[in-house]
Design a protein around this ligand. Structure first.
Ligand code: C2R
Length: 180
């Protein structure tokens, strides 16, 4: 190996070690939401999508919430996933402050009556400010939906989503084989 090869190698490793800028912001009202919200992060990272993770609460940190949502597009984010339990105002407030798509994840938290409080406060948005609401604790689907939104203009990512759907088909095929 000569000096040129070394140079090429170090260039290559510098390239591969460059961290991708996050395209999806995953935010939650409390770190107690993390066991659920981690599923969104895992789904996205599984598709090769870089994610930014933060605790931001509309109730406890209103200024930070406003700043986060207002600066999201300029920071390069393309989709926001917001999880919250109980009186969950953060996904809706976030959606009112940005033109990025916002996906809401209702969470059955310790202060929740039975999860409906969170589902309804994220789902029942006034006309004009939509929040794409997934099922209670449905963070994995939120991650997949965010990937699908990005995939609508990213052929490589769309192929990964198609492969994932094929994997699901294969899983069901194996389930049926197990029944036979
Ligand atoms: P703690 O476990 O910290 O008491 O939080 C959080 O998302 C969490 O599920 C309990 C629950 O409160 C929720 N929370 C909200 C908001 N901030 C925190 N719904 C908000 O701004 O909407």
């Amino acid at each position: 190996m000569n000096a040129n090869d070394n140079k090429k190698d170090s260039k290559k490793s510098a390239k591969t070690s460059v961290k991708k800028a996050p395209q999806v912001g995953v935010i939650m009202g409390s770190d107690s939401d993390l066991p659920i919200m981690r599923e969104a992060v895992e789904a996205l990272r599984g598709f090769g999508v870089a994610v930014e993770l933060a605790v931001v609460s509309a109730h406890r940190t209103p200024e930070r919430m406003v700043e986060y949502a207002k600066s999201a597009r300029a920071r390069g984010l393309k989709v926001i996933i917001a999880g919250a339990g109980g009186a969950a105002h953060r996904p809706g407030l976030g959606a009112s402050l940005t033109s990025l798509p916002v996906i809401g994840v209702p969470i059955k938290s310790s202060n929740s009556i039975d999860g409906w409080d969170s589902v309804l406060s994220i789902l029942q948005m006034p006309a004009g400010i939509p929040v794409a609401t997934v099922a209670l604790n449905g963070a994995r689907n939120a991650g997949i939906l965010a990937a699908a939104i990005l995939g609508s203009s990213d052929a490589k990512l769309a192929r990964r989503l198609d492969d994932y759907k094929e994997e699901l088909k294969e899983k069901v095929r194996l389930m049926n084989e197990g029944l036979a």
